[in-house]
Design a binder for this molecule. Structure first.
Ligand SMILES: [Ca+2]
Ligand SMILES: [Ca+2]
Length: 246
């Protein structure tokens, strides 16, 4: 490129000379230019526009992996007996908050999931939500392990949310909410997050193995409020989620 620089300068100088002259005259001076190239391009050689994004497919498949890393080595001082992830619920959807909203009261389905690990009420709720395109349920994970799902996302339903109960616990769960895989007109290749920590606000037990103690009226879904949960959060993340285009 450097050896060409004087030519470009000459062309620019020529342009000022030939302002108002015919295109053919300008092209004669700039011998490198095509006879069909508009004269205006000579004074603006550097492209300033990013190439347009290629057309994006309407729908894309992703592999969603929920990984538990909740073990004696990750949580040596806080691990409760028989600790496990309850069956994960993974949702593809179009509206923010379809699965749950931090700061709002939990649905019956989220309460059931967070307190008992049962997913049937939650699955029924999601089946009645027009902006949810897919609901999948995994299996319990004891110790380190993972659940894998395949979801099809569309431009109108490009969000992924997931939850799983930390069991045993009063109403503590982990998950992600409203992760968009279609950002600024392009499908993302992969995202990975630590699972976030939530208290469903529906049981007032304070330790991992507290007996049932319904919160009535329910509080809103929040981050950890009990010291036992916070202490475990401080030790390490409970797990991760990876969403990868396939
Ligand atoms: Ca609670
Ligand atoms: Ca309750």
């Amino acid at each position: 490129m450097i050896p060409r620089l004087p030519v470009v300068v000459a062309a620019c100088a020529a342009l000022s000379v030939f302002v108002g002259a015919s295109v053919a005259s300008a092209v004669e001076v700039d011998g490198a230019a095509s006879a069909t190239e508009p004269a205006v391009r000579i004074g603006n050689q550097t492209p300033t526009q990013v190439p347009p994004t290629p057309p994006q497919p309407e729908s894309v498949q992703y592999r969603v992996t929920v990984l538990s890393e909740w073990t004696q080595s990750s949580h040596p001082t806080t691990l409760p007996p028989n600790s496990h992830f309850s069956p994960s619920v993974v949702v593809a959807h179009g509206d923010v908050g379809d699965l749950f909203v931090r700061g709002a009261v939990a649905s019956d389905g989220i309460e059931q999931m967070a307190e008992t690990g049962s997913t049937s009420t939650l699955v029924a709720e999601l089946a009645g939500d027009a902006s949810v395109t897919s609901t999948q349920v995994g299996s319990s994970i004891f110790g380190a392990g993972e659940n894998e799902f395949v979801v099809t996302l569309t431009k109108d339903a490009s969000l992924v949310s997931a939850v799983t109960m930390l069991a045993p616990s009063p109403d503590w769960f982990v998950g992600v909410r409203d992760v968009s895989m279609f950002v600024e007109g392009e499908w993302l290749d992969v995202i990975e997050f630590d699972l976030s920590n939530y208290d469903a606000g529906t049981d007032s037990g304070t330790s991992w193995t507290s007996p049932n103690f319904d919160t009535d009226p329910a509080a809103v879904i929040s981050g950890p409020v009990d010291a036992a949960f916070s202490a475990a959060v401080a030790e390490s993340a409970f797990g991760r989620i990876v969403v990868e285009r396939i």
